[in-house]
Design a protein around this ligand. Structure first.
Ligand code: ADE
Length: 277
């Protein structure tokens, strides 16, 4: 896979040399290019922004540097034989970044990222390239960062670990929290390793039992416990068929029950008497 990032802070992308993404690069699984947007400015101050039409606070990134930069980066990639490019535009007004989108992006041969600073990029730039290639406007969460570079790091890491050969074990994605196509999306429960006692704290007995069935059940119960506590929306969204008898017992202990109005196919909701006012 080829990745290009055009940014006014190339040094912000240094982490792409480290750890999983860095290793994927040295192993030739990822070809990463980081480009300084200011290389495509022509004035003494290397200006990349200007005041917004219509007034208002902040500055807007100008069309010309972005247009020249993207034309050149795209031309270079085509020359190098990269496949069909897609533009990834990190913005708090984009669609939410999810594991499903990470999987979709990981199947593309070439991603070009345009992290913005200030109030964003002149809309005409996005509209122009959208006529030539798929454009993904992506938000990594409901908060506003000072710029899109941190979002590029987040998206890149989530995508890179899905590439064939990057993680040791291809099976490992299947059990990821949020793996698309999973019957129920549950958060993963707690994990433990040696020593068996640390500061007086032991390991849950069942994990030492060697009984695979019981261990799997315990893990599932812990996943249900965590998901109900941290992400009740995931439980509410799950088709009830995804919960087996033991799941239902655990959900009941945790204060959840099928929606009584919906009959046998009702999704699970926190029982009314347990919901704090
Ligand atoms: N740029 C600023 N905030 C962002 C967010 N939440 N996601 C993606 N890009 C951003």
């Amino acid at each position: 896979m080829r990745l290009d990032v055009v940014t006014i802070f190339p040094e912000y992308l240094e982490p792409l040399n480290v750890s999983l993404v860095g290793k994927a690069r040295t192993r030739g699984l990822l070809d990463v290019g980081v480009h300084d947007l200011r290389d495509w400015t022509h004035d003494r101050h290397n200006t990349v922004d200007d005041t917004p039409y219509g007034g208002g606070p902040g500055m807007v990134m100008k069309t010309e540097p972005w247009g020249e930069a993207l034309d050149e980066v795209l031309a270079d990639g085509y020359e190098a034989g990269a496949g069909a490019p897609a533009l990834v535009v990190p913005t708090p007004s984009g669609r939410p970044f999810t594991q499903e989108l990470a999987v979709e992006l990981s199947s593309r041969p070439w991603l070009v990222f345009t992290p913005a600073r200030y109030e964003g990029i002149d809309r005409r730039v996005i509209d122009e390239y959208a006529t030539r290639m798929p454009v993904y406007e992506v938000s990594i969460g409901d908060y506003v960062l000072a710029g899109g570079e941190a979002a590029v790091l987040v998206i890149t890491e989530a995508v890179a670990r899905l590439l064939p050969g990057v993680l040791g074990n291809a099976e490992s994605h299947r059990d990821d929290s949020f793996a698309p196509g999973a019957m129920a999306n549950l958060l993963e429960g707690p994990v433990h390793t040696k020593p068996p006692v640390w500061r007086g704290r032991g390991i849950p007995e069942v994990l030492l039992s060697g009984h695979h069935g019981k261990i799997a059940r315990w893990r599932r119960d812990e996943a249900l416990r965590r998901t109900t506590a941290h992400r009740p929306d995931l439980i509410e969204r799950t088709a009830p068929e995804a919960f087996d008898k033991k799941d239902r017992e655990m959900l009941s202990i945790l204060g959840w029950a099928p929606d009584p109005e919906a009959g046998r196919h009702g999704r699970f909701w926190r029982r009314v008497e347990d919901v704090e006012e």
